[in-house]
Design a binder for this molecule. Structure first.
Ligand SMILES: *[C@@H]1O[C@H](CO)[C@@H](O)[C@H](O)[C@H]1NC(C)=O
Ligand SMILES: *[C@@H]1O[C@H](CO)[C@@H](O)[C@H](O)[C@H]1NC(C)=O
Ligand SMILES: *[C@@H]1O[C@H](CO)[C@@H](O)[C@H](O)[C@H]1NC(C)=O
Length: 778
C-alpha cells in the first residue's frame, strides 16, 4: 500500500513540474496560461503584452484591460509591464468543483484599434483540502454470533482536491478483530469495508473503538479520520449458573413464618433479558412443599410460609430452576436440602394408664398402686423423658417397659397420719432447654383396723355422794378410735367383777353407745366407800380391738349421822348419870369425860363439846375438844351438892348434826381421894375381871406404842422435808404444824382419800376408846 502511495506521489509531482515550466502556450491564436490555485494577490500570471505582440507603450495607450465576467474579479493587467496579475484569491474547488480541469476564459480588450483577445487561464489544483468523512463518528452494531469474514461497508472520505490530491488510501487503527478492505465500485470508485477477522465475545469485550483514517495523495498527505464504535450485540449464549449445585441448610423447626431459609443465587453472563434471571421451583415440586415454602422469583430467597415440624418431616429436598428471559430461554438448576432441626417444643406428657386404687394402709412395700406412662413427641434427647417423684412420699416408680412405669408403695403407710397422698409426678425431657410437666396423682389410703379405742384417761376417779338417787348418771367415759368407719365405731361395756361379793352389774349399768354409767343404787358411805368398775371400749372392726379402763368410784360422805354419846351411856346409867366428886376438890379437878362418836367421817365426824346449861356455870367447864368436865374453881360450902350439866355435842358437818347429854354431879363431903378409891375399886374385881383388865392394859400399851411410832415417823418426815426445802423457822413450824394436822396425817398415810377419812375416824375412835379405857380405870 505504502509503496503504491509513494509511486502515485511521484507521478503527481512530475505533472506539476511540467506545468510550472511551460507557463504559457499559444493554442491556435489563443493565449493560455496555467497557474496553481490560491496564488497571492499580485502574483504574475504571464507577460500579456509580449504574448499578444504589443509594445509596452501600446499597453498604456491602447488601454489594455481584462474585461467581462469573472475575469475582472480575479485578474488585472499591470499597465507598466504589461503583465497579467492575480487580483483575488482563486479557489479552484470553488470555481470548478470536482471537475478534473479548471480553465478560466478571460477577454482582454485593447483599444485604438479595438481588439479583443481571448485568454485562457488554467487553474491548477494544489493539495489544499484534507479528506473528510461525512460522519465523524459511526456506530456499528454487530451481533456476537456473527461469523468471521463478514464485511461491514464504511463511508468513503471526500476530498475536494482532485486528481492526485484526492483521497488515495485508508488505514484502520490496530485491532485484532477487524481489518480493513477496499471494495471497488463501478466508476473506479472505492469504499472501505470492515472485515470481521475473529468472532466477537460480548462477555469479553462489548465495545471496540476503531479509528478509520483516509489519506490523500498530496505530499505531505493530508488525512481525515472517522471514529467507528463497534458495539457487540449480546446473544443468549450463556446459561444461568448457580453459585452452588447444592444448598444444604439446617433450619430449626420453630422458625417463624416469613423467615428466609436460604437464598439461592445464579448469575448469567449475558446481557439484558438474556441475563435477566427468574427463579422457579422445578416443575415436579410437590404441593406439600409449595404450601410451606415460597420462592421469590427475583431474589431467589426461599421463605417459610407455613410451619415446619420436625416430628412430621425432618428433611425437605427441592429443586430450583433459574431461567433467563432470552430467546431461546436458557436454564440452570440447583438443589436445596433443608434439614429441620428438632427443637424441644413438645412438653413431656404423663399418662395415667390405670387410675390408682385405694391402697390398704397395711399394704406391703412394693404394692402396685397405679400404672403410668410418659410420652414426648420430640426426638432424641428432646424426647427422652424421666419421671420424678417428690422425696417425701412412700412411693416409688419402677420402670416396666418403654416409658411405662409402675407406681409402687415404698414404705409403711398409716392412714391415721396421711389418708391421702397427692403425689406430684414431674416429667422432664433431656432437651435444652429442658421442658417439664407435672401431674398430680391422688392415692387414697384405706383404713385397716389397726388402732384400738383409747379411753380419754387410763383410769377415772368418780366421787359420788352417798344417798344419791338411783338411776342417775354416775359418770360418762369416752374413748376414741383413730381408725375410720366401722373400725372407729365404739361400743362400751362393763366387764364383770365383784363388789362386796355382788356382781358389779347390780350396782351400775352402762349405755353402750356413749359410755354413760348409771347408778342402780343409792350408796351408803358407811357401808361401801370405794369400788372399781372395769369398762371396755370395743370397735366394730374385724377383728375388733378393745381397751380397758378402770373407773374408781369413791362414795363421798354426807353428814347423815348425828354424834352418839357413848359415855356417860344413857343406856347404862340412865338419862341422868351421876358423878361424885369431893367437896375438897381444887380448881381444875377432872370430874368426868363426856365421849361421843359420829358414824360419819371427816368434818362430819369432828365432834366438839359445849356446856349448854349448868346449875352453876361458874363452877364447871367442858373442854371443847376432849369433852373433859373440870372444876373452874375450888368447891365451896355454899355450892349445891347436886349439880346438873347439859352438854351439847356437835359435829362439823353441813348441815350440822348434834346431840345432848346431861351429867349429874354429886358433891360429897369426905370423899378425898377419888383416885385411891378408884384404885381400890380396880383391885376389887374378881380374878376374871382382873385378867380382862390386863388384856386391856396390854392392848392400850400396844396402841400407845403404835401411836408414838407413828408420831416419830411423822416428825422425822416433817423435819426432813422442811430441811430439804430449806425454809425459815416460821415456815418450818408451819410445815410441822401441817404435818401434825389430822388432814396431813391422812394424806401421808393413805393413798385413797375416803379410806383415809375412815382411818382418821378409826384413829379417833381408838383415841376415844383409850380415853374410855382410862376412864374405866379411873
Ligand atoms: C448437610 O449439612 C449437615 C449438617 O448441617 C450434614 O450433616 C450433612 O452431611 C450435609 N449434607 C450434605 C449432602 O452435605
Ligand atoms: C348418753 O345417752 C343417754 C341416753 O340417750 C343420755 O341421757 C346421756 O346424756 C348420753 N351421755 C352423753 C355423755 O352424751
Ligand atoms: C380387759 O380386761 C379383760 C378382763 O379382765 C381381759 O380379758 C382383757 O384382756 C383386757 N383387755 C385389755 C386390752 O387389756
Amino acid at each position: 500500500m505504502t509503496k503504491t502511495k509513494g509511486y502515485r506521489d511521484w507521478r503527481w509531482k512530475a505533472v506539476w513540474w511540467h506545468h510550472f515550466f511551460l507557463l504559457w502556450s499559444t493554442v491556435e491564436g489563443q493565449t493560455r496560461y496555467g497557474i496553481p490555485e490560491e496564488l497571492k494577490q499580485g502574483s504574475v500570471v504571464g507577460n500579456l503584452a509580449k504574448d499578444l505582440g504589443l509594445s509596452l507603450s501600446d499597453i498604456f495607450e491602447r488601454k489594455l484591460r481584462v474585461a467581462s465576467e469573472a475575469g475582472e474579479q480575479y485578474f488585472s493587467v499591470d499597465a507598466g509591464k504589461g503583465e497579467l496579475l492575480v487580483n483575488d484569491r482563486i479557489d479552484r474547488e470553488a470555481l470548478c468543483g470536482q471537475s478534473a480541469s479548471c480553465v478560466l476564459t478571460l477577454q482582454v480588450v485593447a483599444e485604438n484599434p479595438l481588439q479583443l483577445h481571448r485568454i485562457e487561464v488554467e487553474i491548477r489544483d494544489i493539495n489544499d483540502n484534507s479528506p473528510v468523512f461525512l460522519t465523524a463518528e459511526r456506530v456499528l452494531k454487530v451481533a456476537e454470533s456473527t461469523a468471521t469474514g463478514v464485511r461491514f461497508p464504511l463511508d468513503a472520505a471526500q476530498d475536494q482536491d482532485v486528481g492526485s490530491y484526492s483521497v488515495k488510501s485508508y488505514t484502520l487503527s490496530k485491532n485484532e478483530c477487524f481489518s480493513l478492505k477496499m471494495k471497488d465500485l463501478p466508476g473506479d470508485r472505492q469504499v472501505p469495508e470492515l472485515v470481521l477477522e475473529k468472532s466477537l465475545d460480548r462477555e469479553k469485550q462489548s465495545i471496540h473503538h476503531l479509528l478509520l483514517t483516509a489519506s490523500d495523495g498530496g505530499n505531505p498527505a493530508k488525512t481525515g479520520t472517522s471514529k467507528i464504535t463497534v458495539s457487540v450485540l449480546d446473544n443468549n449464549d450463556n446459561v444461568p449458573v448457580f453459585k452452588k449445585a447444592l444448598y444444604n441448610v439446617s433450619v430449626s423447626e420453630n422458625s417463624a413464618v416469613g423467615s428466609i431459609l436460604v437464598q439461592v443465587d445464579a448469575t448469567d453472563a449475558d446481557e439484558g433479558v438474556n441475563g435477566e434471571i427468574e427463579y422457579v421451583f422445578a416443575v415436579h415440586t410437590p404441593q406439600s412443599l409449595l404450601s410451606i415454602l415460597k420462592l421469590d422469583p427475583t431474589t431467589g430467597e426461599v421463605a417459610l410460609i407455613g410451619r415446619l415440624d420436625y416430628e412430621s418431616s425432618a428433611k425437605y429436598e427441592i429443586s430450583i430452576t433459574a431461567k433467563d428471559k432470552g430467546f431461546p430461554e436458557m436454564e440452570g438448576h440447583c438443589r436445596v436440602q433443608i434439614l429441620v432441626v428438632d427443637v424441644n417444643d413438645n412438653v413431656p406428657e404423663i399418662i395415667v394408664t390405670s387410675r390408682p386404687n385405694p391402697v390398704r394402709e397395711n399394704a406391703p412395700k412394693g404394692t402396685v398402686v397405679a400404672l403410668i406412662g410418659a410420652r414426648d413427641l420430640d426426638s432424641a434427647e428432646n424426647g427422652k423423658v424421666t419421671l420424678q417423684l417428690p422425696k417425701n412420699v412412700p412411693f416409688t416408680l419402677k420402670p416396666s417397659f418403654s416409658n411405662n412405669y409402675e407406681l409402687l408403695t415404698n414404705g409403711p403407710l398409716d392412714r391415721e397420719k396421711v389418708s391421702q397422698y397427692n403425689i406430684e409426678i414431674t416429667a422432664f425431657d433431656s432437651g435444652s432447654p429442658r421442658m417439664s410437666s407435672k401431674k398430680i396423682i391422688s392415692v387414697s389410703v384405706s383404713d385397716v383396723n389397726d388402732n384400738a379405742p383409747v379411753f380419754s384417761q387410763p383410769s377415772y376417779n368418780v366421787y359420788l355422794k352417798e344417798n344419791g338417787v338411783p338411776g342417775s348418771i354416775l359418770y360418762s367415759v369416752s374413748a376414741s378410735d383413730l381408725d375410720s368407719g366401722e373400725n372407729a365405731k365404739i361400743s362400751y361395756s362393763i366387764l364383770d367383777s365383784k363388789v362386796q361379793d355382788v356382781s358389779v352389774s347390780s350396782y351400775v349399768y352402762m349405755n353402750s353407745d356413749n359410755g354413760s354409767i348409771y347408778s342402780m343404787h343409792s350408796f351408803d358411805y358407811e357401808k361401801l366407800k370405794v369400788f372399781q368398775i372395769v369398762v371396755q371400749a370395743k370397735d366394730q372392726g374385724s377383728p375388733c380391738l378393745s381397751s380397758n379402763a378402770t373407773v374408781h368410784v369413791f362414795i363421798l360422805d354426807q353428814n347423815d349421822n348425828a354424834p352418839t354419846v357413848i359415855y356417860p351411856s344413857s343406856a347404862a346409867l340412865g338419862s341422868l348419870s351421876h358423878q361424885r366428886m369431893p367437896r375438897s376438890a381444887k380448881a381444875g379437878h377432872l370430874v368426868t369425860k363426856v365421849t361421843a362418836v359420829d358414824a360419819d367421817s371427816g368434818h362430819n365426824a369432828w365432834i366438839s363439846y359445849r356446856l349448854a346449861e349448868a346449875t352453876d356455870t361458874s363452877l364447871f367447864t367442858v373442854n371443847q375438844y376432849t369433852g373433859e368436865v373440870r372444876t373452874k374453881r375450888a368447891v365451896s360450902e355454899q355450892d349445891e351438892s347436886s349439880q346438873r350439866l347439859l352438854i351439847e355435842i356437835k359435829d362439823d358437818g353441813e348441815p350440822l348434826q348434834s346431840a345432848t347429854t346431861t351429867v349429874s354431879i354429886l358433891l360429897e363431903d369426905g370423899l378425898h381421894e377419888p383416885m385411891l378409891e378408884l384404885r381400890h375399886k380396880a383391885s376389887e374385881p374378881s380374878k376374871k375381871t382382873g385378867r380382862i383388865t390386863l388384856y386391856l392394859i396390854l392392848s392400850l400399851a400396844s396402841v400407845s406404842v403404835l401411836s408414838l411410832v407413828t408420831f416419830l415417823i411423822l416428825a422425822v418426815k416433817c423435819i426432813r422435808s422442811s430441811r430439804s426445802s430449806g425454809r425459815d423457822m416460821m415456815s418450818q413450824s408451819q410445815s410441822f404444824r401441817s404435818c401434825m394436822s389430822p388432814m396431813s396425817e391422812y394424806s401421808d398415810f393413805t393413798l385413797i382419800k375416803p379410806s383415809s377419812t375412815t382411818d382418821f375416824k378409826e384413829a379417833f375412835n381408838n383415841t376415844f376408846n383409850n380415853n374410855r379405857f382410862l376412864q374405866k380405870f379411873e
